[in-house]
Design a protein around this ligand. Structure first.
Ligand code: PRP
Ligand code: MN
Ligand code: MG
Length: 178
């Protein structure tokens, strides 16, 4: 897999540092609350496990599986709910954990869904934020790194389902997708 990577954007050490920093901030901000952590499958699985272990607050963990890229490099424009969460969010402080916010469609879909079910508060912690990609309004409250408008893989982020298990984030060589 390493052979397909043109450039590393964030190393294992960079990622560890970001998780520690975000975990500290979240621990302060959620002190005294009992949030429901909502991890967005599949991309956010790696970031979720790392960041929640830096988060020293009583919290439950749930998952929602939504998909809109279908493995490709461009958003299809529609967000499909593959699998709903299991908890009742009524009256809960929900903390969404995402790997990346790009067009904002996925996040906006989930935030609307949670508020329609009467969540008390909804905040977003994303590993990567790509503000240049926004199509709909979506704002993350906690951001690991702000990335340029480039297609990135690794640490949960895929191209055609692959590269999620790279322990770092990188940019693919053009010949991989050309
Ligand atoms: C990716 C990524 C985010 C979303 C961000 O998911 O993991 O969830 O897209 O893009 P957006 O802001 O343009 O909506 P994807 O649809 O690829 O599903 P996956 O997590 O299963 O790979
Ligand atoms: Mn995703
Ligand atoms: Mg994907």
């Amino acid at each position: 897999m390493d052979n397909d990577i043109a450039r590393v954007l964030y190393s294992k050490a960079d990622i560890k540092e970001a998780c520690e920093r975000l975990g500290k901030q979240l621990t302060k901000d959620y002190a005294g609350k009992r949030p429901l952590i909502l991890s967005v499958l599949t991309g956010a699985m790696f970031f979720t496990t790392d960041v929640v272990r830096e988060f020293d607050v009583y919290s439950e963990i749930d998952f929602i599986d939504v998909s809109s890229y279908k493995g490709g490099m461009e958003s299809t424009g529609t967000v499909d709910l593959v699998s709903d969460l299991s908890e009742d969010v009524n009256g809960r402080d929900v903390l969404i954990i995402e790997d990346i916010v790009d067009t904002g469609r996925t996040l906006s879909y989930i935030v609307d869904l949670l508020y329609s079910r009467n969540a008390k508060s909804v905040k977003i912690c994303t590993f990567l934020d790509k503000p240049a990609g926004r199509v709909v309004e979506a704002k993350a409250d906690y951001v690991g790194f702000t990335v340029p408008k480039e297609f990135v893989v690794g640490y949960g982020l895929d191209y055609q389902g692959y590269y999620r298990n790279l322990p770092y984030v990188g940019v693919l060589k053009p010949e991989v997708y050309e």
